[in-house]
Design a protein around this ligand. Structure first.
Ligand code: 5AD
Ligand code: SF4
Length: 351
């Protein structure tokens, strides 16, 4: 697909959009088949040192009651994941760089790897230094998810305070490559001021960095953040359908451009439409991440408003996600890790 076609498809709806989805589905069938893999996600802490302007749990939001789960609570989640037979676990939190926080996560990864050696372990805890990433990898972490949010520097700097470095984020992604992680990144779609060319730049960036997996989703407002004022709120409400469509289109285009990558169906899509994640699977996503976080912590982990699955528990999320895969007409694959084919292919011949 050339850039003009890509831009056309990113903006498509109705017939043209169906044409795009037919294309992306053919590519999926050919390269990775109809399998969908599960990752139980544990949002183990909402403590964050950063202040991203769009995020509900940013450091300066004083309306958030902070928590960090203790090991016993996490062990309970891990037992659930075992029982539900998800093949992988994702540990997600805000960014914490104190030695205490680093030890806590390292020991946790060590425990998971020793107790459940068969699991894929994904870390999603922000920008961490090379040596520590290396220790996590040695302890058994296999994948790391760090969204670039936007690959366009000027837009990045509108979304983050000036001491949040775009360069450092890039360097982290490169470090993960060097350390042989399965590297995951992604963007937000529908950021105020984001153009179709910006989305095209994100796709180029994804190819350049040669990521193995993607977690990407629509931007959703959160009232307690500096990005949102009356005007943005109105703009966002008026553009809901457009943002939703664009995200689905983006997933489909990404599947066509990077056919063997893992792409997660973002929970944030369900804010726009209860069938959001199902649609994402239909048009190219092959990963779903049922929330395993204990119910009592869920309402404290509000990255954006109207976050789904807040009143549910792990059992309900397991049933619901399995159902979504069925509704999408795809295969529920339990009990295996479902590593990125892109990673497996690119590691052939790697020394
Ligand atoms: N809307 C959508 N996604 C958000 N995230 C944070 N805030 C928002 C928001 N308002 C996403 C970011 C981050 C991930 C953990 O959550 O992309 O990487
Ligand atoms: Fe912290 Fe991540 Fe939210 Fe930024 S997006 S404030 S790093 S939790």
């Amino acid at each position: 697909m050339n850039p003009i076609e890509i831009k056309k498809y990113l903006l498509s709806n109705a017939e043209e959009q169906q044409e795009l989805f037919a294309l992306s589905n053919n590519i999926r069938e050919k390269h990775i088949g109809r399998n969908v893999y599960f990752r139980g996600i544990i949002e183990f802490s909402n403590i964050c040192e950063k202040n991203c302007f769009y995020c509900g749990i940013r450091h300066d939001n004083e309306n958030v009651e902070r928590f960090r789960m203790d090991y016993d609570e996490i062990k309970e989640c891990l037992r659930f994941i075992k029982q539900a037979n998800f093949g992988s676990v994702v540990l997600q939190s805000g960014e914490m760089t104190s030695n205490g926080a680093k030890d806590y996560l390292l020991q946790l990864v060590d425990y998971i790897h020793l107790t459940y050696p068969e699991y894929g372990i994904t870390i999603s805890c922000g920008e961490l230094d090379y040596d520590y990433l290396k220790s996590l990898k040695e302890a058994g972490a296999t994948r790391y998810l760090l969204r670039i949010e936007t690959s366009v520097r000027s837009l990045y700097s509108k979304l983050h305070p000036s001491d949040h470095s775009f360069e450092n984020r890039m360097e982290c992604l490169r470090n993960m490559k060097r350390l042989d992680y399965q590297v995951g990144t992604g963007n937000m779609i529908g950021i105020p001021g984001q153009t179709t060319d910006d989305l095209l730049a994100d796709l180029r960036f994804f190819q350049e960095i040669d990521a193995d997996m993607f977690g990407l989703g629509p931007y959703v407002i959160h009232e307690d953040t500096p990005l949102v004022n009356r005007e943005i709120k109105r703009w966002w409400e008026e553009n809901r359908q457009i943002i939703y469509n664009k995200t689905l289109n983006f997933i489909a285009v990404l599947r066509i451009l990077m056919p063997t990558c893992n792409i997660a169906a973002a929970t944030a899509l369900d804010v726009f439409n209860p069938k959001g994640r199902t649609e994402a699977l239909r048009v190219g996503a092959n990963i779903i991440m049922p929330v395993v976080t204990p119910s009592m912590y869920r309402k404290k982990y509000l990255l954006y408003q109207d976050k789904p699955c807040i009143d549910e528990n792990a059992e309900m999320c397991a049933m619901c996600t399995i159902n979504k895969v069925k509704l999408a007409g795809l295969n529920t694959v339990l009990g295996v890790r479902g590593d990125s084919e892109h990673f497996k292919l690119s590691s052939i011949g790697r020394l």
